[in-house]
Design a protein around this ligand. Structure first.
Ligand SMILES: C[S@@+](CC[C@H](N)C(=O)[O-])C[C@H]1O[C@@H](n2cnc3c(N)ncnc32)[C@H](O)[C@@H]1O
Length: 277
């Protein structure tokens, strides 16, 4: 079978099983099988696949039709213009999280010390380390297996980030100008509303908040007050409708700054500055 025929047939099967973006998915899966970029498929669409290549495509189609997210199959996801390795130990980076990065960059910080809590794939920490070359970036996660992925990403992208395994701020010391976090914030009760592929394949420690969904934000705010310099910023991604309840958790020591919205206008990044002096 030629590349052209394989793509047509794969896209038809994906569509039949209601997989979104069927044609693009077929191209990305075949490109992954052949270890080539998508463009290659068009330049060589008359090339005949070997039996092994056809079988490899068959296996990947099976996985995708069974709900495994495309990013876990191909092992990568783009974030802020760079590719990050992803495994089932880490959340797949989401486009809305890029606003958290932008919120830091907008302030044009000079030689800041930054701590990313719950780093997952390391997408936020690595991006900030590369975008702010005179900064010092630290990143933490409660999951050792997530940290292994984050370390691999930092190394592959040549980003100087120091990683530590800890529960929120349990072992944190030092002073920071920025603390950023995209914590787990989905309510357990909302589990059935999640897409099947998210619910079944992404790590629950990365998705679900503890019983009280504001608890993790309470801990982040309380701990950050002791670790930020006066005038330092805490920036946290929030779930839909959580911006006001999270803002209500800040006491008089903080100045609440305008919440950043995502491209759909949904409030996403809560920002607060610790009072000076
Ligand atoms: C929503 S994911 C965010 C991952 C990554 N920062 C991103 O934006 O794609 C939340 C991360 O927080 C970590 N986490 C969950 N509970 C934690 C805790 N108590 N202390 C530190 N990290 C935690 C999870 O392992 C997961 O990697």
């Amino acid at each position: 079978m030629t590349i052209r025929d394989a793509l047509r047939s794969a896209a038809e099967r994906l569509e039949l099983h209601y997989v979104s973006n069927a044609r693009l998915t077929a191209e990305l899966l075949l490109a992954h099988c052949l270890s080539v970029e998508r463009e290659y498929l068009y330049a060589h669409d008359e090339r005949v696949l070997t039996a092994e290549e056809s079988q490899a495509l068959e296996d990947l189609l099976y996985d995708r039709i069974n709900g495994i997210p495309l990013q876990y199959i191909v092992g990568r996801q783009e974030f802020y213009g760079r590719y990050f390795r992803v495994t089932r130990d880490v959340l797949i980076p989401r486009p809305e999280t890029e606003h958290l990065v932008e919120a830091v960059l907008e302030l044009k910080p000079s030689a800041p010390r930054i701590l990313d809590v719950g780093t997952g794939s390391g997408c936020i920490a690595v991006t900030l380390a590369l975008e702010i070359p005179d900064g010092r970036v630290f990143a933490s996660d409660i999951s050792e297996s997530a940290l292994m992925v984050a370390r691999a990403n930092a190394s592959a992208l040549h980003a100087p980030v120091s990683f530590v395994c800890m529960d929120i701020f349990d072992a944190a010391a030092g002073e920071f100008e920025f603390i950023v976090s995209n914590p787990p914030y989905v309510r357990r009760g909302d589990m059935s509303r999640l897409q099947r592929e998210v619910r079944e394949y992404e790590p629950h420690v990365a998705l679900f908040s503890p019983e009280d969904e504001l608890e993790i934000y309470r801990r982040l705010i309380a701990g950050a007050a002791g670790l930020l310099n006066a005038g330092g910023h805490l920036m946290m991604e929030v779930g839909i409708g959580m911006d006001e309840p999270v803002l209500d958790l800040f006491d008089m020591r903080w100045e609440k700054l305008p919440t950043k919205t995502d491209l759909q206008g949904i409030p996403r990044t809560v920002v607060a500055q610790l009072n000076r002096g």
